[in-house]
Write a protein that binds this ligand. Structure first.
Ligand code: 5CA
Ligand code: ZN
Length: 380
């Protein structure tokens, strides 16, 4: 897929700091230690609706990771997927009598524009699931051959599932216990009641074609990929295993990142999939979780249409810590606008204090697990 346009990143005087990030798998803030090329995979959108401020906040957090690695002199290989075939996309297309391909292309195009407006640095590889079907088929075929995957005994729909006990490490990434896993699995794309599974929490790798659903011919039979395997295949085929950061919102910690890691580790016989698993908190609106069912989504494209300054959107979202669940509100945006105006006024003055000490504090705070609230306060 075509990625979006980049922006010039100015060099900042002074010395960078090693970036520390909180890692879900160890429950600790640890230094990242990339080689010459830092490698990051962040889970991308499912393009059935426009980008809301929750998505934007997550991508802005990882934009800061990217920029700090650049500041430290690394080249960055950033990969992001687009889940352009999955149940939510098909359901929305069905509801709106839309073509799922057209819907996906339209929302992906809007997402690119939103990211450009927010000056989010683009991934080098921006990769759709549909264009990756042959890669996914190859990976699933190997998991099946190795005994990490199995077909359910259903002649009509012989779906393929992953045996979650295969690596012996299942649960290490999210650190969820069995009860918590079972509680969230059905709400996050899981199908515990599918007859024929060895374990209710095993994850779908390949879904045999159902009438009226899009499907691809392959050595696995006519069907389409499951969700977690998409990110495993896209990541390891571009970054290799053991890359620096696997990122996304906290709603992906289980089951999505748990299974993405388990699939890749089963496939390659190596551990870990990623050296840091980094999760951004959930953004709500006026104290309530932003969700489609509540109809309280704030879209980036709506704010752009209302001529809201994208720099103010960045400041509003950075005024809270990326790991905290937090709420967006009109007041938050008003505060961000006021801060931005104050900064611009100060920057336009003919003289001012030496910036060196401020830059040093800014770097200290950002390197400390992206502590943007304190970084912004330092600039204030
Ligand atoms: N396509 C999958 C990932 S492979 C997916 O989760 N798509 S998504 O469109 O639902 O979300 C895109 C990204 O935004 C994910 O990283 C997700 O964790 C994050 N996200 C979704 N809702 C919110 C929210 N309210 N606040 C913060 N981040 C969110
Ligand atoms: Zn993903």
């Amino acid at each position: 897929m075509q990625t979006w346009s980049s922006v010039a990143v100015p060099r900042v005087p002074g010395r960078s700091r090693p970036l520390r990030l909180y890692d879900t798998a160890t429950g600790q803030s640890r230094p990242t230690a990339p080689g010459r090329v830092a490698r990051m995979y962040v889970c991308g959108i499912t393009p059935y609706d426009a980008t809301h401020l929750g998505h934007a906040a997550t991508y802005l957090a990882f934009d800061l990771v990217y920029r700090q690695w650049l500041d430290a002199g690394h080249e960055v290989h950033y990969v992001q997927n687009v889940t352009d075939i999955d149940d939510p996309l098909l359901e929305r297309a069905d509801r709106d009598q839309d073509d799922w391909v057209v819907l996906g292309l339209r929302e992906t195009a809007l997402f690119r524009e939103d990211m450009e407006a927010l000056r989010v640095l683009p991934p080098r590889d921006f990769v759709g699931a549909v264009e990756t079907v042959p890669e996914i088929v190859e990976v699933v075929a190997k998991l099946l051959a190795d005994g990490a995957a199995y077909r359910v005994d259903d002649p009509e729909y012989p779906d393929i599932y992953f045996d979650r006990s295969y690596t012996g490490r299942f649960g290490y990434e999210s650190r969820y216990d069995e009860d918590r896993m079972a509680a969230v699995f059905p709400d996050r794309g899981g199908d515990p009641d599918r007859p024929g599974k060895r374990d209710p929490l095993d994850a779908l790798l390949w879904r045999a074609a159902r009438p009226g659903e899009p499907a691809w011919e392959s050595e696995l039979g006519f069907g389409r990929p499951g969700w977690h395997i998409e990110c495993s295949a896209i990541a390891v085929n571009r970054l290799g295993i053991g890359f620096d950061v696997q990122g996304g919102g906290s709603d992906l910690a289980f089951p999505h990142h748990e299974f993405s890691a388990a699939h890749a580790e089963a496939l390659l016989g190596e551990h870990p999939f990623a050296r840091h698993y980094v999760h951004a908190g959930m953004i709500g609106l006026d104290g309530e979780k932003m969700s489609k069912s509540k109809g309280n989504l704030v879209f980036v494209s709506r704010l752009r249409a209302d001529d809201v300054d994208p720099s103010a959107v960045r400041l509003a979202l950075f005024s809270g810590h990326y790991r905290d669940d937090r709420s967006y509100s009109a007041d938050l945006l008003a505060d961000a606008n006021a801060r931005l105006a104050r900064w611009r006024e100060a920057a336009a003055l003919p003289s001012g204090p030496d910036a060196e000490a401020t830059i040093a504090r800014l770097r200290d705070h950002l390197a400390d697990d992206l502590d943007t609230p304190r970084a912004l306060a330092a600039v204030d």
